[in-house]
Design a protein around this ligand. Structure first.
Ligand SMILES: Nc1nc2c(ncn2[C@@H]2O[C@H](COP(=O)(O)OP(=O)(O)O)[C@@H](O)[C@H]2O)c(=O)[nH]1
Ligand SMILES: [Mg+2]
Ligand SMILES: [Zn+2]
Length: 219
């Protein structure tokens, strides 16, 4: 009985995710689902990329409570809407659809969706995105690919943030990378420090290329 309920929730979400895809297809929106633990650097990733994008961009911020992250994005001068889930630990496609309606992004633009900080269930809820980006920080430890395989497997890009504190933390990059390889993951890994900006250029170039692929296809 319980399993049936869970499946129904996922099936209903899948229908909404299709509606999100339809919305984005009509307007040629490149939708990015940004996932990762609380404090991994999801907001920092979005704010660091925004000034370097080759495309117009806006943001849907998901949080259990508060408008802190949305305010940061708005202060940077970008359009943003905040979704407060009021306790739920992941975003659902219905909320993203509502967020898109409020945001009203221009055609041919990038929309970042910052998911709720959580390494588990956001992996199961399709938001109708073009790509999933996982922000995984050095501070969380080098064993995370072994412990949260689904989250790593579903990511199209894996960002290893806070690389500036790798030595202080005692983070073993080889062990971490081996964990990712052992899952058969082909998605690229980007070690980056949003503090010193080391690695940011390579990440931005790869992201712009990825978004550009969608826009080129639509021409
Ligand atoms: N040293 C360092 N701090 C970072 C880096 N990325 C993010 N932070 C800090 O980590 C904290 C949490 O970042 P935030 O983007 O709010 O995480 P979120 O909860 O995933 O959105 C903030 O104080 C950031 O300044 C990084 O690459 N290096
Ligand atoms: Mg945040
Ligand atoms: Zn959840």
């Amino acid at each position: 009985m319980e399993i049936k309920i869970v499946r129904n929730i996922l099936e209903k979400n899948e229908l909404s995710a299709d509606r999100v895809r339809h919305y984005c297809q009509e307007r040629n929106i490149f939708l990015v689902n940004v996932m990762g633990s609380p404090g991994a650097g999801k907001t920092t990733f979005i704010r660091s990329l925004l000034p370097h994008l080759s495309f117009t961009a806006s943001v849907i911020e998901g949080d259990i409570a508060s408008t802190i992250d949305a305010k940061r994005i708005a202060d940077d001068g970008y359009n943003v809407v905040q979704i407060n889930t009021g306790g739920s630990c992941h975003l659902i496609a219905d909320s993203v659809l509502q967020g898109l309606a409020d945001l009203a992004p221009v055609s041919n633009s990038v929309v970042f969706v910052e998911n709720i900080g959580n390494l588990v269930c956001p992996a199961s809820f399709d938001l109708g995105q073009d790509i999933r980006v996982l922000i995984s920080s050095v501070a969380e430890g080098d064993d995370k690919p072994y412990k949260y395989p689904t989250m790593f497997q579903c990511a199209d890009m894996i960002i290893l943030s806070k690389d500036d504190v790798r030595d202080v933390i005692g983070f073993d990059l080889e062990y971490y990378s081996q964990g990712i390889r052992s899952l058969g993951i082909k998605s690229p890994l980007f070690p980056v420090s949003f503090k010193t900006q080391a690695g940011l250029q390579a990440l931005t170039a790869a992201f712009n290329y990825r978004a550009g692929e969608k826009f080129r296809c639509a021409e």
